[in-house]
Ligand binder design. Structure first.
Ligand code: PLP
Length: 493
């Protein structure tokens, strides 16, 4: 069915980092609308939000919204009719695939002048990996490199050496028995999730996720045409509630992040994990996916730092319990190395889907990574968790001091703070105000299946301590500039 109007929030997501350039706001707005109209993302006839709604979603004055619409009309990009509001005027468009308006990743597609980006939970390259990439001879002999280069280079299942290294890692470090035949190497964790959704979910089928969750999983779910069902988890997943959702909705797939959940950082207790493994055994028609991408990101110190094993450790041969992961958040995202661990027939099916998508990921990067894993993995985890612990503490202290009325739990792991704004304040409107001060954060609703978490924001603490310290004063100024719109005490439901 054609969409005939767009809400203020959805338009804000499509606009992405629109104010991060020089010039008056109404001009920047009109330029971005023109671009979106050209690419077909805003089709002719689409009704734009009323001025008041636009002003509120973008945290601009009503005058700015009115001036922006006037400029669009002057330039022939929009028309306003009595009683019908303002809509995009017919224009020449280039046909383009219209992607779901995920404002978080849209930022990756544009160059912009955001000074401190606290949206992407991306880490810099670990020094051990940098050394190996700059001089592969330090980890691979010339004969070994020539052996890789002497192949066709096409390995849809992944380079055998890396599949073996990943299987050993899961078996030895995580207590999840795995053989190389049970591993598929993917282009990052994102492709692992995407392949699973597209291979095992028929459009219209329900998929259960935690709410909030990793927004990339929501993107994959939407691309697969799935019907999302979110379970609230701001304070942890209730396995009884999951069991009820599974028996009621019979979902095709359940996607969970039990270890240092993105965005809350929470760790699912061992007892809940066992319950979920039992649930999987009782419901063979539902695929349960355990995303371990952040499993090694424990920021706890002292004894009892080890995590409970992954879900599949309780039932390693269960065909409908699969595990995915990635090296992006430990080693470097630029490697684009992720993986899926599943029973062999499922790996064959997923490899066919992967071959259809890209015929396999880059092999030289896989060869270097396998060699680094063999000798330096524990070292990298130690280095990375030390780095992230220091950065989390810098962000925590700076926010405590400068925005003491915000609330969050100090995460025991992961890459992000999940912060609740007081008084039911709108995280999207705040993110817009922060953007205009050069700092980007993610509004909570972009991590939700149902527009929930509106008074939350996600703040990544992966940048350098200097950048984090520089980013907090503009955040505090943006907050103090708009917080009187939500008198304290009027909390949202
Ligand atoms: C839980 C989770 N899974 C998967 C991914 C995607 O990882 P990659 O960069 O390897 O595609 C992320 C990235 O933030 C993540 O947080």
């Amino acid at each position: 069915m054609a969409v005939s109007k767009i809400s203020g929030d959805a338009l804000a997501d499509l606009l992405s980092r629109w104010p991060a350039w020089d010039g008056p706001l109404y001009r920047l707005f009109a330029d971005r609308i023109a671009m979106l109209a050209d690419t077909g993302e805003l089709p002719a006839g689409l009704r734009l939000p009323p001025e008041r709604e636009l002003a509120s979603a973008l945290s601009v004055s009503r005058n700015t919204a009115a001036a922006a619409y006037q400029l669009l009309r002057d330039e022939g990009l929009a028309e306003t009719r009595q009683g019908a509001g303002t809509s995009i005027a017919p224009h020449v468009t280039t046909p383009a695939a219209v992607h779901r308006a995920n404002g978080l990743f849209a930022g990756l597609l544009q160059a912009s002048r955001v000074e401190v980006d606290l949206t992407l939970a991306a880490v810099d390259c670990a020094p051990q990996v940098t050394a190996a990439l700059c001089d592969p001879a330090t980890v691979l002999s010339e004969a070994e490199r020539r052996a890789v280069i002497g192949t066709t280079g096409y390995f849809p299942l992944g380079l055998p050496e890396l599949r073996t290294a990943l299987a050993e890692l899961l078996t030895a470090r995580h207590g999840l028995p795995a053989t190389s035949g049970q591993i598929l190497v993917t282009t990052g964790g994102q492709q692992a999730i995407d392949l699973l959704m597209r291979t095992f979910v028929i459009p219209g089928q329900p998929v259960v996720v935690e709410d909030p969750t990793f927004p990339g999983a929501l993107d994959a779910l939407h691309r697969a045409g799935a019907r999302p069902i979110g379970l609230p988890v701001s304070h942890g997943l209730d396995p009884d509630r999951l069991a009820r959702a599974v028996t009621t909705h019979r979902p095709a797939l359940v996607y969970l992040i039990p270890a240092h959940h993105n965005p809350t950082g929470l760790v699912m207790p061992a007892a809940s994990r066992l319950r979920i493994a039992e649930l999987a055994a009782a419901h063979p028609g539902t695929l349960f996916v355990d995303d371990m991408t952040l499993a090694e990101h424990s920021l706890r110190t002292g004894p009892n730092r080890s995590l409970p094993p992954p879900l599949a450790a309780a039932e390693p041969g269960l065909p409908n319990l699969v595990t995915v992961g990635s090296l992006s958040k430990l080693y470097w995202g630029g490697l684009r190395i992720g993986w899926i661990r599943a029973v062999r027939p499922m790996i064959s099916r997923l490899a066919a889907a992967k071959a259809a998508a890209d015929l396999g990921s880059n092999v030289l990067g896989q060869a270097v990574t396998a060699a680094v894993m063999a000798s330096k993995h524990a070292d990298i985890v130690r280095w990375r968790t030390g780095q992230l612990r220091a950065r989390r503490d810098v962000m925590h202290a700076a926010l405590r001091q400068q925005v003491p009325d915000w609330s969050w739990d100090l995460p025991e792991g992961g890459l992000t703070l999940w912060v609740q704004l007081p008084g039911g304040a709108d995280g999207g409107a705040f993110a817009q105000a922060a953007l205009r001060r050069g700092v980007s954060v993610v509004p909570g609703r972009l991590l939700s299946t149902a527009d929930a978490n509106r008074d939350w924001i996600r703040i990544a603490y992966t940048r350098s301590p200097g950048e984090l310290r520089a980013g907090v004063p503009p955040l505090a100024q943006a907050w103090h500039g708009i917080s009187d719109r939500w008198p304290a005490g009027r909390r949202s439901a």
